[in-house]
Design a protein around this ligand. Structure first.
Ligand code: ZN
Ligand code: ZN
Length: 412
């Protein structure tokens, strides 16, 4: 581990991830997926998990060098395959009550030089095979959490001008601040932060908007909300009854857009780091919920491949509001990682909706969700469309217009 990564900060992150993030219960098993480089954090998480009474802690590691070896030397047929048996096993563990933790920190540019068509094939095969493991998470059946570790590859990308070990130290400090770990009582920090998010959630739910209108540079978008949509944010109970804080950090309040009622133009306000490529200057046009025109100034082929994965890949499944003054936004850093970048800005996500952002949605079949406007897809990719130049209004069922955000800040 880099000498520049503060071990005290790392330990505090591990403890908060176990206690506040996943809120691991006595006797509960914990499955952790992580890049191999994040092993120092995974070991600390395991320690805190066992201290909290964990049943079994099971780490599943991936490794950038091995992924790269596949792209460089792997048989072409292998790009349509994925280890379904592994995901079926994970799915079975969740059904049996295991909790889930993921460590973010992969090198965002790992696959930058690889063939986008191969990346798309591998990603599609992976998404299909991963369904048994992903459905319990997307449906919020079990308590889960994601936190980040400053790996070499990631830190070098965020701070390219620093020697890599120093970059890792600086990224650790940024993760620490963004994860609200400062002071003596990070658990209290999170309680306060959640209370603030719940206030926004309540106001939005009370207004029952039928659509949001976005106005900004390159953006004139009327975004319908799903029938029976619910705004969410901060800690909430999973269906197994355990209240957890899925994302650390998190700054968003979010809900389900209507997959067939989105019209107009939208421009991304930040680059999108996606599976080893960076897509910049995204601008799209929606018609009846579907992207019918898509452009990007960089990585356009990767973006277009992404939209072709399935019908739902060119529709949206999440809309999230984040004030421009959020601490992550204020760092003015592009993290090349969705966990951080999505929390710096209002965003929408292409692809799969979260069933629990529609009233009673966790009980619905995919077809029933779709009837309410809940999008179905193999992908879920967030992209940023907020800045201090974007205004958002809420439109009620009777056509009243209520300011929601002005110049990137809450208007209420
Ligand atoms: Zn989001
Ligand atoms: Zn999302």
């Amino acid at each position: 581990m880099s000498d520049h990564i503060d071990p005290v900060k790392l330990d505090k992150l591990a403890e908060v991830a176990v206690r506040t993030g996943v809120n691991l219960q006595e006797g509960q098993d914990l499955i952790i997926t992580a890049p191999l480089d994040a092993a120092p954090l995974v070991r600390l998480i395991a320690e805190h998990a066992y201290k909290a009474g964990a049943g079994l802690v099971i780490p599943i590691f991936s490794d950038g060098a091995i992924t790269k070896a596949r792209y460089e030397h792997g048989h072409d047929d292998s790009f349509d395959r994925a280890p379904a048996w592994l995901f079926e096993g994970m799915g079975k563990a969740f059904k049996d009550g295991a909790a889930r933790m993921a460590i973010a920190g992969d090198d965002p540019m790992l696959l930058a030089d690889q063939d986008p068509a191969k990346i798309a094939r591998a990603s599609k095969a992976q998404s299909i095979a991963a369904k048994p493991a992903m459905n319990p998470i997307v449906g919020f059946e079990v308590n889960w959490n994601i936190v980040a570790y400053p790996t070499e590859g990631w830190a070098a990308q965020v701070y390219p001008d620093l020697p890599v070990e120093e970059a890792q130290g600086k990224l650790m400090d940024a993760i620490y601040a963004a994860s609200r770990l400062e002071g003596d009582d990070p658990v209290e920090n999170w309680a306060n932060h959640t209370a603030e998010l719940k206030k926004r959630v309540k106001w939005l739910n009370d207004h029952r908007f039928s659509a949001l209108q976005y106005t900004g540079p390159g953006t004139d978008l009327r975004l319908g909300l799903a029938d029976g949509h619910i705004w969410k944010g901060g800690a909430s109970p999973a269906l197994n009854g355990v209240t957890c804080q899925p994302n650390i950090p998190t700054e968003e309040v979010f809900t389900c857009p209507h997959a067939y009622k989105v019209d107009g133009t939208a421009s991304a306000t930040k680059p999108l780091a996606h599976q080893g490529s960076v897509i910049e200057g995204i601008s799209v046009r929606f018609e009846a919920g579907k992207i019918v025109e898509a452009n990007a100034t960089k990585g356009e082929d990767v973006f277009r491949e992404l939209l072709k994965v399935d019908d739902g890949a060119s529709r949206i499944g999440e809309v999230a509001l984040v004030p421009d003054s959020s601490p992550i936004s204020q760092t003015d850093t592009l993290f090349f990682n969705t966990l951080f970048d999505e929390n710096a800005s209002c965003h929408i996500a292409l692809g799969q909706c979260y069933a629990d952002t529609i009233e009673g949605g966790s009980e619905y079949s995919p077809e029933e969700l779709q009837q309410k406007g809940g999008n179905q897809s193999l992908i879920h990719v967030d992209w940023m469309m907020g800045s201090d130049a974007v205004d958002i209004d809420g439109i009620t069922a009777t056509g009243d217009v209520v300011p929601v955000m002005r110049k990137g800040e809450w208007a209420f």
